[in-house]
Write a protein that binds this ligand. Structure first.
Ligand code: AMP
Ligand code: MG
Length: 339
């Protein structure tokens, strides 16, 4: 394990008995350009045979610490594999080579690309990982955006149907030059999903894992639901609404995460694949459902589609719900949340 992680864990791992009959573990760390958080609690072991209260086994704390380490490592592993900013990542390799030849990729990345392609098809291309063919020309920190002429030139390269996947060979190929892909709209949800299943396999039944605006939950928060806040889109430290949830995932996409304003216009990180420009129909979209990967991609999808079309899509999918904040800061709830 890398020294940095070890040090951070020594200082940051909190093992606090918040509740009389539960042991609580929390850890926050930075990965994928955002803050991640893992939190779980273990119920008190059963009473001993003579009826006296048994103490927590020391091995619980040690196990918990090791588990938190493995959650952190899992997030870093996925970042190494899927980051477009790391030259050595598998994703960068695809972007360098897939327009020139058929590229063999890992089964894991193949499956995620397949999921992304499924969501692209079901959203008529509102979700499209080839948005990056233009997306990479934006730099929000440096306030850089592509000119209209470079958008027009690169726009044909935004086209998810130009990605060919071959399951038997586990390969990817771009049938168009100039295509770049980016998994920023789906990889954090996938990472959350992987970390939750890692915790579950280790016997944890009550946990929260988040990566930026993507949160996944196991069970409840000591007899009550977990409360997940949806950020106020225009007041950094305020919460617009708190949602009580158990055994669900929730992802929020907002135009306030990465942006700059020029001549009164907000240029932000969610791109309309049809125009190559930021989408300005709504300001925040949260999607709730069981699968963190889908929930992440769908929040981005609904953001691109806007209120009417986005809500119509969610209302057609019984396993997902949505909360949308429109341009006037009004909250809108999908059908399943209105009862
Ligand atoms: P999220 O924070 O999950 O809404 O995802 C936003 C991220 O998704 C952006 O930072 C981009 O990496 C990526 N993205 C932007 N526009 C699209 C799009 N139309 N389809 C798929 N991914 C996108
Ligand atoms: Mg998302």
């Amino acid at each position: 394990m890398r020294k940095v992680i070890k040090l951070k864990l020594t200082f940051l791992l909190l093992c606090l008995p918040f509740f009389a009959n539960a042991q609580w573990f929390k850890h926050s760390f930075k990965v994928m350009g955002t803050m991640s958080h893992v939190e779980f609690w273990l119920a008190e072991p059963a009473k001993t045979l003579d009826g006296s209260d048994s103490k927590f086994a020391i091995s619980n704390s040690e196990q918990a610490q090791a588990l938190i380490e493995s959650v952190e490592q899992e997030m870093f592993r996925i970042d190494q594999q899927m980051s477009p900013y790391k030259e050595q990542s598998e994703l960068s390799l695809i972007n360098r080579e897939a327009a020139n030849k058929v590229v063999t990729i890992s089964a894991e990345l193949f499956e995620l690309l397949k999921t992304a392609q499924h969501i692209a098809a079901m959203s008529d291309g509102a979700f499209d990982i080839t948005y990056a063919s233009i997306g990479y020309q934006y730099n929000y920190r440096e306030k850089i955006r592509p000119s209209q002429s470079s958008i027009t030139k690169a726009l044909p390269a935004i086209n998810y149907t130009a990605i060919t996947l071959n399951k038997e060979q586990s390969t990817v190929h771009f049938t168009h030059q100039g295509i770049k892909i980016d998994l920023g709209g789906i990889a954090k949800g996938y990472a959350v999903k992987r970390c939750l299943s890692l915790l579950k396999k280790a016997g944890v039944n009550h946990a929260l894992v988040s990566a930026g605006g993507d949160t996944g939950l196991l069970g409840d928060r000591h007899g009550r639901p977990w409360l997940v806040g949806i950020k106020h889109p225009r007041a950094e430290h305020k919460t617009a609404v708190n949602i009580p949830l158990e055994n669900e995932a929730i992802s929020t996409s907002g135009d306030y995460e990465r942006y700059f304003i020029e001549d009164g216009i907000r240029y932000h990180h969610i791109i309309n694949p049809k125009t190559g420009d930021s989408v300005r129909k709504v300001v925040s979209v949260s999607v709730i459902g069981k699968d963190p990967t889908y929930v992440d991609a769908l929040s981005t999808t609904v953001f691109v589609k806007g209120l009417a079309e986005g809500m119509a899509l969610i209302n057609k999918l019984p396993e997902f719900e949505a909360i949308i904040i429109d341009n006037q800061r009004r909250l809108h709830y999908s059908k399943g949340l209105q009862q």
